[in-house]
Write a protein that binds this ligand. Structure first.
Ligand SMILES: [Zn+2]
Length: 169
């Protein structure tokens, strides 16, 4: 059953298997502010996609790991291995003297790199950076889907999972 919330961050939809590689690339093509990235993603939409199902499973495990243990050496090296091998990372500070917000973005190093995987890892890393912690990333106690929620005690992804899981305990 798909219980897909289009407001969920990309990494959540991908970890839950709600979207595949094609939909990730489509989303990148539509939302990136970087013209070179847009070009690479748009071009990739016309090509045949390599299966990244193994990465999808590994990624979900990494997110689960983070919900349980926070950022550890293990999850950090997993994310870094994709980020550093496939993306150029950019960073710009808005405002003077570091008082403003920081804008970060990426560009694939090249078409042949695992940049789709990198883009997913970047999406997760940006989410964590913007929230200042991993606390909002959760794994549902009933169905083990990944979801994001501001509530400190939220443990169920939906009302129906809450009902199955036995109320608000
Ligand atoms: Zn659930």
């Amino acid at each position: 059953m798909k219980r897909y919330n289009s407001n969920d961050p990309l990494f959540v939809r991908f970890a839950n298997g709600d979207i595949n590689q094609y939909e990730v690339v489509k989303s990148v093509a539509e939302t990136t502010q970087d013209s070179e990235t847009k070009e690479i993603a748009t071009k990739a939409l016309d090509k045949q996609f390599l299966d990244i199902g193994v990465f999808q499973t590994d990624f979900k495990n990494c997110v689960k790991d983070i919900t349980e243990f926070g950022i550890t050496h293990r999850s950090r090296s997993f994310l870094d291995s994709y980020l550093s091998s496939s993306l150029l990372l950019f960073r710009r500070e808005q405002g003077l003297g570091g008082t403003g917000s920081v804008e970060t973005w990426y560009r694939p190093i090249g078409e042949g790199t695992p940049w789709v995987e990198g883009a997913i890892c970047f999406n997760l890393a940006s989410f964590i950076r913007s929230r200042g912690s991993v606390k909002e990333i959760k794994s549902c106690k009933t169905c083990s889907r990944i979801f994001v929620h501001k509530g400190e005690h939220a443990v169920y992804c939906s009302e129906s999972c809450k009902a199955i899981g036995g109320g608000n305990k």
